[in-house]
Design a binder for this molecule. Structure first.
Ligand SMILES: [Zn+2]
Length: 339
């Protein structure tokens, strides 16, 4: 979840029964020579939204603003770029992303309300792994009732609990007020995906008064993990930019993986490469998962994949691990061989 997501987040209303998650990952209408990719971080938006604007990925800098003036919510420097990413035409977003996912041979974990995720499953059959959360879109402290959430993950077909956006409320994932949800995930053996790190626009102080950078500290997960030793955790956005704390957590807990979603296209490219390289060089190449944080711009997924493919510090095997194998292992997909 990044800067724009909060504005467009749909209310999480649980209870819809979803079709069973198809085990066959072979994509139809995909060129057979395109190796499969798993994107572990996609949002179930069905439109680019009326306020969406073209975007230059990997902004060069975040600009200061003055509280005495009208401050733009988007703190990225104004610049020209190639490629520039464009929002879809009104009503075309889901169709555009579906076409991209088929061309790129992508299976995605798609997060949202059960209704929104169901729409994606219908639009891109066989390419969607459904995810839903107990937070999101309903304001600070709003929670999905436990019995509804339990139904989503027992009879509803949901496979990942996320995106858990407690950082936007300034709440630690180890806070006891949300422990029951993590206990449920551990009991049902459902992996959890928690937003930790990125503040997005560089203007959280303007757009999101309850957001706290400190609530994205990866080490805040330690008490939660101690209470729930079997919990499998996806640290969304890889705890960026707290690399030392992220590595400390990865060293201490081998059930923790990270995704590079959002950060991969929303920070300066040199910094992105340095961060991913540090994770890999520290010995965690089997815990880094590809993700886009796909929203608004249908070309975002293709662009984000290219950042990994163009990374000269990664071996071809490490690229495949990040783009597919690590997520397949984390999600326990029925894959017989490495791809
Ligand atoms: Zn996020």
């Amino acid at each position: 979840m990044t800067f724009v997501m909060r504005k467009h987040a749909a209310a999480v209303v649980c209870g819809a029964a979803l079709a069973a998650w198809p085990l066959a990952l072979a994509a139809q209408n995909t060129p057979s020579d395109v190796p499969p990719v798993i994107d572990v971080h996609v949002h179930a938006m069905d439109d680019s939204g009326p306020y969406a604007v073209p975007m230059c990925p990997n902004t060069a800098k975040f600009t200061a603003s003055d509280p005495d003036t009208k401050e733009a919510p988007f703190g990225w420097v104004q610049e020209e770029c190639t490629p520039k990413l464009y929002p879809s035409a009104k009503g075309e977003y889901l169709k555009d992303v579906a076409a991209e996912m088929q061309k790129l041979n992508v299976t995605a974990v798609v997060f949202g309300s059960p209704e929104a995720v169901k729409k994606w499953q219908e639009a891109i059959p066989g390419h969607v792994i459904p995810g839903t959360s107990f937070t999101g879109g309903m304001g600070r402290g709003s929670r999905v009732p436990m019995d509804e959430l339990r139904k989503d993950f027992t009879t509803g077909g949901f496979k990942v609990m996320g995106e858990i956006g407690l950082q936007y409320e300034g709440v630690s994932p180890s806070d006891m007020s949300v422990d029951q949800y993590f206990a449920l995930a551990e009991q049902l053996d459902i992996p959890v995906a928690i937003h930790m790190g990125t503040g997005g626009s560089g203007r959280a102080n303007v757009t999101t008064p309850t957001y706290r950078g400190s609530a994205g500290n990866p080490l805040l997960l330690e008490e939660l993990l101690a209470r729930h030793p079997k919990l499998r955790v996806q640290v969304m956005h890889a705890g960026y930019p707290m690399i030392d704390n992220m590595l400390t957590l990865l060293q201490a807990n081998s059930h923790v993986y990270v995704d590079v979603a959002g950060l991969i296209w929303s920070y300066p490219i040199k910094e992105v490469n340095r961060y991913v390289e540090r994770l890999v060089d520290a010995g965690f190449e089997d815990r880094v998962m590809f993700g886009t944080d796909q929203l608004i711009w249908p070309g975002l997924m293709r662009y984000s994949i290219s950042v990994i493919q163009n990374a000269d510090y990664l071996t071809p095997e490490q690229k495949r691990d990040i783009l597919y194998n690590n997520a397949a292992r984390f999600l326990r997909l029925d894959t017989k061989d490495k791809k």
